[in-house]
Design a protein around this ligand. Structure first.
Ligand SMILES: O=C(CO)[C@@H](O)[C@H](O)COP(=O)(O)O
Length: 192
């Protein structure tokens, strides 16, 4: 589940046909599509046709991120750029970061839910927040009530949480906690 500007976005491994069904069933839903794929250029059209709202690709997976961002924007979607745990934030150049709408710091290795949060990735959130004060900065992987504060305090305003929400007896309480953490950190940030 992504918590983004008050929208809750399903974080489920799915392809374009399923996205299509979701967008028909829930008109107006914001679908943040994190494409953990090789050759991300290949899927822009299919995801746009299926109603994707944001297309996030991995910087490691493309040789021309600027052209890909343009292609995503041309199809009416927002563009996100993700970095895997072993990729430095400097892999997102100023040009690419400025062109993107959202930057994603992975706090687990891409592949599956339920992994342990990698706190060593959090400094990348601070670095990106420093360089791109007005962009959405997302964290994804092992984020829940015990790990969200460090992310939010580093400057992340978009939180992906799978296990923490879907494994909770009262998911809505966890969602509220995650939102509160981000809102508190954001309020502190805007004061300074
Ligand atoms: O898809 C990925 C990692 O491959 C992530 O989006 C995780 O699925 C998030 O799940 P939790 O780590 O919160 O369980």
């Amino acid at each position: 589940m992504d918590v983004m500007d008050g929208h809750f976005v399903p974080n489920i491994t799915m392809g374009a046909p399923i996205l299509s069904c979701v967008s028909k069933s829930i008109p107006g839903i914001f679908m943040d599509c994190h494409m953990m794929v090789a050759e991300p250029e290949k899927w822009v059209g299919a995801i746009a046709d299926a109603g994707g709202s944001l297309y996030c690709f991995h910087i490691e997976a493309t040789s021309d991120p600027s052209a890909l961002i343009d292609a995503i924007h041309d199809r009416g979607m927002k563009a996100g750029v993700a970095v895997s745990p072993d990729t430095p934030s400097s892999a997102i150049t100023d040009e690419v970061g400025e062109a993107a709408d959202m930057l994603l710091v992975m706090t687990v290795y891409p592949g599956k839910g339920g992994q342990k949060f990698l706190e060593r990735c959090v400094p990348k959130v601070s670095e990106l927040r420093e360089r791109f004060p007005d962009k959405d900065i997302e964290v994804d992987g092992g984020v829940g009530p015990s790990t969200v504060d460090v992310c939010a305090n580093a400057g992340s305003n978009v939180i992906v949480a799978g296990t923490a929400i879907f494994g909770a007896p009262q998911p809505e309480q966890v969602i509220a906690q995650l939102k509160a953490s981000v809102n508190t950190a954001q309020a502190r940030r805007t004061k300074h």
